[in-house]
Design a protein around this ligand. Structure first.
Ligand code: SDX
Length: 378
């Protein structure tokens, strides 16, 4: 009989499975820190490119270092020709998340560092993946619409370049700012399911591309990624602010999961939601259309009153992307366009001080059954 292990909580809720110095979440106070810096300060003063440096290297860059880092990231956005050709051959019904999962894996075949897990090679690969994921997502959005992909523009920031590659024109400054804030907010979040999946893969000493492929596959699930896409579909279903209260009360009465609410760690408002709420209102005012924002404010009030649940990062992110003309099925891949920075930081940390991640199961099945030959069975 195997030695009984201490049964862990369902879904490893509250179980500490390792240590890390990358991200701290205070679920009670609603605080989120990247390498010790509060997300509120990073949203106000930093950029996605600087946050990528911070996550990978554990400190803020000096002025020269940042300029070099920004140049290197911008130079890493191009896809190998053969990978772009692969994208053009995919069936147009393939979802953007399936295409991203498949293409990340294919990128390894054209990356000379693919099988090299040294810190130097891993940072080079992290640089390329952080640049290339945005290019994959924007290129697929255009290819499936029968349009020609737009080549990345190294003179634009990561946020502005994504919108440029997607829409084929330089973006509105408020759109670039909003998208940069969204990239900062989604960059890392401790051991969420997709990051944990990346670390488990890396802990076998598998390579970075395999770990990121695992992470994208994990993010694909609607309980993790996809909630912001579902929020926008809900908004489209509700349609008008005056219908929001009845809709949400019916949904709660039917015991439905309300996407964009609740969190395994936060027991108060997800600090990321406040920034995205603010940006959703600003974009709505700019467009002269506040109805999505008003619908969400009503839903927020009722869900809080009736279920005691708070918004998470997904409640307003989709509304921001929708206001910028981004189709809902791109929202999970956009989450990955930012979280690639955190995923790669965690793989670097795992490889730097590795031990195979191999937990135990609390065995519930029978033991010592006698084997019955087929002739004796019914
Ligand atoms: C992300 O982990 C991370 O850090 C992820 C993330 C990141 O940055 O990586 O923050 C990104 O994934 C955000 C979460 C996006 N997902 C959603 O918005 C989907 C809707 N939310 C849930 O399904 C839920 O809140 C989870 C999955 C996020 C967390 O769920 P838990 O911790 O497993 O909690 P649970 O499902 O056990 O629910 C506890 C109670 C239940 O009530 P009872 O059945 O005990 O009466 O709360 C209720 C649930 O019914 N509940 C909800 C709800 N979330 C929890 N009820 C209605 N709607 C919800 N959204």
């Amino acid at each position: 009989m195997p030695a009984p292990t201490s049964p862990s909580a369902a879904g490893l809720e509250g179980v500490v499975v390792g240590s890390s110095s990358i991200c701290f979440i205070d679920g009670r106070e609603g605080r989120l820190l990247y390498r010790g810096y509060d997300i509120n300060d990073l949203v106000e003063h930093s950029t996605f490119e600087e946050v990528v440096f911070l996550l990978w290297h554990g400190r803020l860059p000096g002025k020269k270092e940042l300029a070099e880092h920004e140049r290197a990231l911008a130079a890493s956005r191009k896809l190998p020709g053969k990978v772009l050709a692969l994208l053009k051959g995919f069936p147009h019904k393939a979802t953007p998340t399936e295409v991203l999962r498949t293409t990340v894996s294919a990128l390894a075949l054209y990356d000379s560092d693919a099988e090299n897990n040294s810190p130097e090679a891993s940072v080079r690969k992290a640089m390329r993946l952080t640049g290339q994921l945005a290019t994959i997502v924007a290129a697929w959005a255009r290819i499936r619409a029968g349009k020609t992909p737009v080549a990345p523009n190294a003179r634009l920031s990561a946020a502005a370049n994504f919108l440029y590659m997607l829409h084929g024109k330089k973006p509105d400054p408020l759109w670039s700012k909003t998208f940069d804030i969204a990239l900062v907010l989604h960059a890392d979040h401790e051991l969420n399911a997709s990051t944990f999946s990346a670390r488990v893969t890396a802990s076998t000493l598998s390579d970075l591309h395999s770990a990121i492929t695992s992470a994208v596959g994990t993010l694909k699930g609607p309980l993790h990624g996809g909630a912001n896409e579902a929020v926008v579909r809900t908004l489209q279903e509700i349609g008008e602010p005056e219908r929001a209260e009845v809709w949400i009360k019916n949904a709660l009465a039917q015991k439905r999961r309300i996407m964009g609410f609740g969190h395994r760690v936060y027991k108060t408002e997800d600090p990321r939601a406040a920034h995205l709420r603010r940006m959703a209102e600003a974009l709505g005012r700019q467009a002269g259309n506040l109805k999505w924002y008003e619908i969400l404010r009503t839903i927020e009030r009722v869900v809080r009153e009736e279920k005691g649940l708070y918004p998470n990062v997904d409640l307003y992110s989709g509304t921001c992307y929708y206001a910028m003309g981004i189709p809902p099925d791109l929202y999970v891949p956009i989450f990955a366009v930012s979280r690639i920075s955190g995923w790669t930081a965690h793989v670097l940390e795992q490889h730097a001080d590795n031990r195979l991640i191999r937990p135990r199961a609390d065995y519930l099945g029978p033991t010592r059954l006698r084997y019955v030959s087929i002739d004796e069975r019914k």
